[in-house]
Design a protein around this ligand. Structure first.
Ligand SMILES: [Zn+2]
Length: 554
């Protein structure tokens, strides 16, 4: 069985905030890293979502062509994700030639199968600009709250809008008023006649978070509306149908095809067979990580496109939707400078500190609230006081009592039977949590492994044993070194940089996963082990106060 792991495609405009990392990119990375270390054939696929009006407007604001704007923004995001140690097998782009081709092929298949319909709809036309103005290209006054709003939504009251709803509408391009409403021909995906198939498909899925099923079922219960999949825009995937030369596909039609096209590009680059990852016949499991606002597109719209196409393509096995990460009780906001963006995050703390806290507090079953106080308390307690302390204590003993070489003795399965039983239980907990893609639960179990390891060292007190029973002291230190190694192996999916450092201190091969406690403790003994410099700096009260003030918003 292969595993295709995807994260929701980050939109091309701008650097993302901690909520985006916590909501899909990081849990997907932790999951795929675990699968790889467990010896599974797993791929992590993602891409930037590059079409739609925000990209056009962002490029216009900077006065550069959209393609050039997207090139630069893609580079900025890719660089940041590398610095956060996100281990994509391929990080593609929905503007790629592959994605254009596959989107058009999917559309042609849907059209041939009878699931596309032409309809005439009223669109806003700007005589001054000589063009139709889709959603965000129209600005004006919100009919609900009187605030300044765009044609797709009002930021002030969060109302979802149509451009024709706005009072005093004007063009976002030229500022021109005098907008008219004219009919324009568009294409609709006939989701309404696919509703029964979508419902049956949802019934056939297992292992979904209850809230995700709830959102999907809610949409079906309302009755699935047909969805307009074309827009009057320049930038996007061209519509391969006569009469549609001046239109492109709606960004939400081509974006999820990015999963397929990025996988295709990865397979072409590495000589793998894309059929093994996307054919409906393939022995593969697709797990899609995303935030809850993306559930309708992944649980309804994209499956409707794939199923309606009648192409032999694999559909999602698990849609792993998570809740929001809040910033001090409120939503992250770019305009209000509220919350931490990813470039700022790396300037004030280490990638592994962020990775650990965000994974250990992953908003899986409810929203999670970030504050600098909680962040500092969490990373200090877990990384510095538990894992960091274990490593320095055990390797310190190796340095001071055993000449810097881990005692080359066997573990004592009889004397340490209790430890082995507890260790086996924890390793199985970690395994179960990861395999059900429960990142937070896996982090909880890893934390208890660190606790168990520290408790063993404290209870055995090898520094005292060294005076009375040097042979047992050597066995205990050798076992403790194995616990250091097992702790680092278990930590690896969460904090790969720091775990890699710990593993290099204790020797042995890579971070291979096992649930067998004896095997987990193997691979140490006889090798030199250095007393490390402190692995995790503590974040103090002054740091918390400074960052809290800086990121609290205006
Ligand atoms: Zn409003």
């Amino acid at each position: 069985m292969r595993h295709l792991i995807t994260s929701a495609l980050p939109y091309i405009n701008g650097v993302k905030h901690l909520g985006n990392l916590a909501g899909s990119l990081l849990p997907a990375d932790v999951h795929v890293r675990f699968l790889r270390q467990a010896g599974e054939d797993a791929a992590f696929i993602c891409a930037t979502d590059e079409h739609g009006t925000p990209a056009e407007l962002g490029a216009a604001a900077e006065g550069v062509p959209v393609a050039e704007y997207c090139d630069r923004q893609h580079g900025i995001q890719r660089d940041l994700y590398e610095r956060f140690d996100l281990s994509f097998d391929h990080f593609g782009r929905t503007s790629s030639a592959t994605n254009h081709r596959l989107t058009q092929e999917l559309f042609l298949a849907l059209d041939a199968a009878g699931f596309i319909e032409e309809r005439e709809i009223d669109q806003v036309w700007s005589p001054a600009d000589g063009r139709f103005l889709p959603d965000r290209y129209v600005e004006g006054t919100c009919p609900h709250c009187g605030g300044a709003a765009r044609g797709d939504q009002c930021d002030a009251c969060s109302a979802t809008l149509d451009p024709v709803d706005l009072l005093e509408p004007r063009s976002a391009i030229s500022g021109a008023a005098g907008l008219e409403v004219k009919p324009s021909r568009h294409l609709f995906l006939r989701q309404s006649i696919l509703a029964d198939e979508i419902s049956a498909w949802l019934d056939s899925r297992t292992g979904w978070p209850p809230q995700v099923i709830g959102i999907a079922r809610g949409w079906l219960a309302q009755g699935l509306a047909d969805r307009c999949i074309t827009r009057d825009l320049e930038w996007g995937v061209r519509v391969p149908k006569p009469g549609y030369g001046d239109k492109v596909f709606y960004v939400w039609f081509d974006a999820p095809v990015g999963y397929l096209s990025a996988t295709t590009e990865w397979c072409e680059a590495t000589g793998r067979d894309v059929g093994e990852w996307w054919s409906s016949e393939a022995d593969v499991r697709h797990v899609q990580f995303l935030a809850k606002d993306n559930v309708p597109f992944h649980a309804i719209t994209f499956p409707a496109s794939l199923i309606g196409s009648r192409l032999p393509l694999h559909t999602a096995d698990v849609v792993k939707g998570v809740n929001w990460l809040l910033h001090d009780g409120g939503k992250f906001s770019t305009s209000q400078r509220r919350g931490v963006f990813l470039d700022q995050a790396l300037a004030i703390a280490g990638a592994d500190q962020w990775r650990w806290w965000l994974a250990a507090n992953c908003p899986e079953t409810s929203d999670a609230d970030f504050t600098f106080d909680r962040f500092a308390a969490g990373v200090n307690a877990d990384l510095a006081d538990k894992l960091g302390n274990l490593v320095s204590r055990v390797l310190g003993l190796v340095a001071s009592r055993f000449g810097g070489v881990v005692p080359d003795v066997a573990i004592d399965e009889e004397a340490d039977a209790e430890l082995l039983t507890a260790l086996g239980g924890i390793l199985r907990d970690i395994d179960r949590a990861h395999r059900s893609a429960s990142v937070r639960r896996a982090a909880d179990a890893v934390r208890s492994l660190w606790d168990q390891s520290n408790a063993y060292v404290a209870a055995q007190a090898p520094w005292t044993l060294a005076k009375t029973d040097p042979a047992r002291a050597a066995t205990v230190v050798r076992t403790a070194a194995g616990l250091v190694r097992a702790s680092a192996v278990a930590a690896h999916p969460f904090i790969p940089g720091s775990a890699g450092k710990i593993l290099s201190l204790t020797g042995g091969d890579g971070p291979r996963w096992t649930t067998d406690p004896v095997e987990a403790l193997s691979g140490v003994g006889g090798q030199p082990a250095d007393r490390p410099a402190p692995l995790f700096a503590k974040l103090d009260e002054a740091w918390v106060a400074e960052q809290t003030a800086r990121f609290s918003g205006r």
